[in-house]
Write a protein that binds this ligand. Structure first.
Ligand SMILES: NC(=O)C1=CN([C@@H]2O[C@H](COP(=O)(O)OP(=O)(O)OC[C@H]3O[C@@H](n4cnc5c(N)ncnc54)[C@H](OP(=O)(O)O)[C@@H]3O)[C@@H](O)[C@H]2O)C=CC1
Ligand SMILES: O=C1OC[C@@H](O)[C@H](O)[C@H]1O
Length: 393
């Protein structure tokens, strides 16, 4: 299935499969724009997942959403979904500021939680959530519910392919860029409301931050620079629509993350070659680029460019050559091209059912991603996103 149109069509229109008796019944908190991609579409081809109900702040909005997406039940409130014993898993696609509270409420109700990224508003909330005793097995809670931050791109094989070309000890410089075109965002979006924990670092930036952690296999020591462009109109203050942040990773290695929510329509990011440091002998330098880090379904490619040099006794280069290759990693199952969201759902279900998982976003990763976001916000001067202050009674 090499035709991109066919691939996209099958990704967004997967086959509807028969559901098993032990199906996981999902409830969705909010008629959110992302809910179809994260859950409703991928659930169609998953025999163990059924989207049972939805609630929105406005019932009419939930009813319209349920009709459009074939969800059989509408509840009056988010809490009513949590109170339904037939619902075993919850999708939380609420604004970031609401993640901490509704994840804790859902877990307290004994539900498994698929929590939209970024998991919460800041590092403090991440610690409070992922280190909550409710997630630790104990005699009174032998099988705690599963909590997964929905970093869907982690689950796409293109990321593993990319990482397979990197030898961590040889990394000289890492650069990551992402964007949403200007016409796909509006000032009215939740991205531009500080009290909802908005900002470009919280929207696309977290993908870049997590990618850096995956590449280094470590967390950064410091954010050394963070430049932002943000609104100052009194309404959307402290919300960056663009940023560039530089981090130092162990071994004094540098990495840059940049993103914009007001990007161009056509985009080909420049990947700077920072080269090796002074005094280092360069035998082979490898530049590995993953194009399409976030939405590998639309298009992705892993480029590997190896530059070889042969040096004479005096150290002068006598020969140099370049080898290039590119690879893609699409997976088609039963005629459907699997999106990152479909891979993610597969693993979420595997974890709930106690089966092995190929990929996972550990709670520790989620916590470290938020630490990185906080570092950058502190450095930028905009300040960390506010905490909800919610505590389970
Ligand atoms: N995984 C991915 O690819 C993506 C993930 N996301 C993440 O998903 C989450 C939601 O984003 P997105 O779907 O774009 O957002 P939307 O604005 O489309 O949806 C947000 C939902 O939250 C509900 N909500 C509850 N309280 C509020 C409030 N005070 N203000 C605004 N909305 C409120 C909304 O209302 P109601 O209850 O009335 O329905 C709405 O359904 C975010 O955390 C975002 O980072 C976003 C895009 C892509
Ligand atoms: O989180 C996100 O991931 C994918 C993007 O398309 C989306 O707009 C963004 O908010």
């Amino acid at each position: 299935m090499s035709n991109p149109i066919t691939r996209l069509w099958t990704a967004f229109n997967p086959p509807h499969v028969e559901k098993r008796k032990d199906v996981i019944r999902f409830g969705v908190l909010g008629a959110a724009g992302i809910a179809p991609l994260t859950l409703i579409i991928p659930a169609k081809s998953h025999p163990e997942v059924f989207v049972q109900c939805i609630a929105a702040r406005d019932r009419k909005r939930a009813e319209a959403f349920a009709k459009t997406h074939g969800i059989p039940e509408v509840k009056d409130s988010y809490q009513e979904i949590l109170d339904d014993p037939t619902i075993t898993a919850i999708l939380i696609p609420l604004p970031n500021s609401h993640h901490h509270e509704w994840a804790l409420r859902s877990l307290a109700a004994g539900k498994h939680v698929l929590l939209e990224k970024p998991c919460v508003s800041n590092h403090k909330e991440a610690l409070s959530l992922f280190q909550h005793p409710i997630l630790t097995p104990s005699p009174s809670n032998p099988t705690p519910p599963v909590l997964l931050e929905a970093f869907h791109n982690t689950f796409h094989p293109s990321l593993s392919l990319f990482l397979s070309y990197i030898s961590r000890e040889d990394i000289a410089h890492v650069d990551t860029a992402s964007m949403i075109p200007w016409w796909l965002t509006s000032k009215a979006d939740i991205h531009f409301r500080y009290e909802l924990a908005g900002g470009s670092m919280m929207a696309m930036g977290v993908y870049s931050f997590s990618a850096l952690r995956y590449v280094f296999g470590a967390s950064p020591e410091e954010c050394t620079r963070c430049e932002t462009k943000s609104y100052t109109d009194g309404m959307h203050d402290k919300c960056d629509w663009q940023f560039e942040a530089e981090f130092t990773f162990p071994g004094d290695r540098k990495a840059v993350a940049r993103s914009t929510l007001r990007g161009p329509t056509a985009w080909k990011p420049k990947v700077p070659d920072e080269g090796l440091g002074e005094g280092m002998t360069k035998v082979r330098s490898r530049e590995v680029t993953l194009w399409g880090l976030v939405h590998a379904v639309v298009w992705h490619r892993v480029d590997v460019v190896d530059v070889f040099e042969v040096r004479g006794k005096d150290g002068r280069v006598v020969k140099t050559w370049t080898e290039k290759k590119s690879e893609k990693k699409y997976e088609v199952r039963d005629g459907e091209q699997w999106m990152s969201y479909r891979f993610q759902l597969e693993e979420f279900v595997n974890r709930i059912k106690g089966r092995e998982t190929r990929w996972w976003v550990e709670g520790e990763d989620s916590v470290e991603h938020m630490r990185m976001v906080d570092m950058a916000y502190v450095k930028s001067g905009l300040g960390v996103r506010p905490s909800s202050g919610f505590h389970l009674e």
